[in-house]
Design a protein around this ligand. Structure first.
Ligand code: HAM
Length: 430
């Protein structure tokens, strides 16, 4: 009996995985330019870490965490996101002692028990960054610039960065009261979930996806109209610094995030090609978080992008995953040729190129069929004649021509490439 994978947990198959590797390699390159260093964080954490950071009343903590009691009684969870883990690691290793500004990046799977749909999985992968130790608008702008550079490097064409300010402990309570008053006045019109949010987490009123609530939102108060002077100036400066660098930010006055730790600058990146799950990334500032998790009173800001969603957007844009095709396919005919094929393949691979080698027991026709499927541009044919003459025949798949005796059987990669190139040039001139 076959055992299927678990709902919401997917394989990333060869071909698609090449796209993932490229996304990660590109991200790593861009992060290093901004002086971020990689941290590899564990997948299992104490459940309390997310309850205290992401927030008790968020969907993630209330409904979506894969939390369980370990055999020793510790309540643990598969991490639903990376920020809390990064903060825990920063605090646990007193990173601020080594460098007052700590810039970290991470890749890896996160787990949320959501209802699976296109672009929404129960195990998904994030590319994330976090900066600890700065709370000035300059670093917010730097992080937004980094996000914009990253999207360009990924070749995402439709990415739009939406920003909002979520205020701070000074001004948020005033905004919260205004929001509650507004919610109360609409109590009969809002959905049941929003009536509950009104009591527990009124900011989330702005995030409701029910059509009725969405339509009402236009009349809701905006945080931007309730910021204290410092938050207002901070936000204005962040936007100005981005504007100076030509990074466009779309103001989203009703955007709130699904995690409670944010303050001041918050942002979300959307792109076309995803349908309703159109957020490919999100992030923001979280100034009280490090302190609340037992660390120093330092500011923090970061973001995460979802790799599955990036891949879907690229696919919708028609960007092919990078090729993993070998340069040569070696087809030996007969057992004597097989050993030579084996040695030649090893020599070429050691020199740095991709080679697939077939077993000698098959016909030329069946090997050519397999060679065609690999997409290798050159097939090296080693038959009895070739072995006897210590030479090779290469079929140039693109030029549809056989190159006989172009090099000896003991060739190296450089000579082989040069000979194949020369054969093509001669042909083109003829
Ligand atoms: P988030 O907005 O919850 O933020 O997730 C960031 C991104 O992860 C989303 O925009 C989306 O691309 C991807 N994602 C989230 N849930 C799923 C899912 N179920 N299936 C597929 N992709 C998903 C955070 O996680 C914050 N920790 C970001 C952050 C870093 N804020 C500050 N620093």
């Amino acid at each position: 009996m076959k055992i299927p994978s678990v709902k919401g947990f997917h394989d990333v198959l060869p071909g698609e995985s090449a796209r993932w590797s490229r996304l990660e390699a590109t991200a790593r390159e861009v992060f290093l330019r901004y002086n971020f260093a990689e941290v590899r964080l564990p997948i299992v954490e104490r459940a309390e870490l997310f309850r205290r950071s992401v927030g008790e009343t968020t969907d993630i903590v209330e409904k979506e965490m894969y939390a369980f009691e370990d055999r020793d009684g510790t309540e643990v969870t598969l991490r639903p996101e990376g920020t809390a883990s990064a903060v825990r690691s920063y605090v646990e290793h007193t990173m601020q002692a080594a460098e007052p500004v700590t810039k970290l990046f991470y890749f890896g799977p996160m787990f949320r028990r959501e209802r699976p749909q296109r672009g929404r999985l129960r195990q998904f992968s994030q590319i994330g960054v976090e900066v600890f130790g700065r709370d000035d608008p300059g670093i917010d702008a730097e992080v937004l610039l980094l996000m914009s550079d990253l999207l360009r490097a990924f070749e995402i064409e439709s990415g739009e960065i939406g920003v909002n300010t979520l205020g701070c402990s000074e001004c948020r309570p005033g905004f919260r009261s205004a929001l509650v008053a507004w919610g109360e006045s609409k109590r009969d019109a809002i959905c049941g979930d929003c009536q509950r949010r009104l009591e527990q987490n009124p900011l989330r009123l702005l995030d409701c996806k029910q059509p009725g609530c969405e339509a009402l939102r236009e009349t809701a108060p905006k945080m931007l109209d309730h910021t204290c002077l410092a938050c207002g100036e901070h936000f204005a400066r962040v936007r100005q610094l981005c504007e100076f660098q030509g990074v466009e930010l779309a103001l989203r006055p009703y955007m709130v995030r699904g995690l409670d730790y944010y303050c001041r600058t918050a942002f979300e990146v959307t792109a076309q090609g995803l349908g309703s799950q159109n957020a490919i990334g999100g992030g923001g500032r979280y100034d009280g978080l490090v302190r609340s998790l037992g660390g120093p009173a330092v500011g923090g800001i970061g973001f995460a992008l979802g790799v599955e969603r990036l891949a879907l957007v690229l696919e919708a844009q028609g960007v092919e995953p990078p090729s993993t095709t070998p340069e040569f396919f070696v087809a030996p005919l007969g057992s004597a040729a097989e050993e030579h094929a084996f040695a030649l393949a090893h020599r070429l691979r050691s020199a740095g190129t991709g080679v697939e080698v077939d077993a000698g027991g098959k016909s030329l026709k069946s090997q050519m069929r397999r060679a065609g499927k690999t997409g290798a541009p050159y097939v090296i044919i080693l038959g009895e004649d070739e072995v006897a003459q210590q030479t090779i025949t290469v079929r140039d798949m693109e030029a549809r021509a056989d190159r006989r005796n172009v090099v000896g059987l003991d060739t190296n990669l450089e000579d082989l490439r040069a000979a194949l190139q020369a054969a093509r040039s001669t042909e083109e001139q003829a």
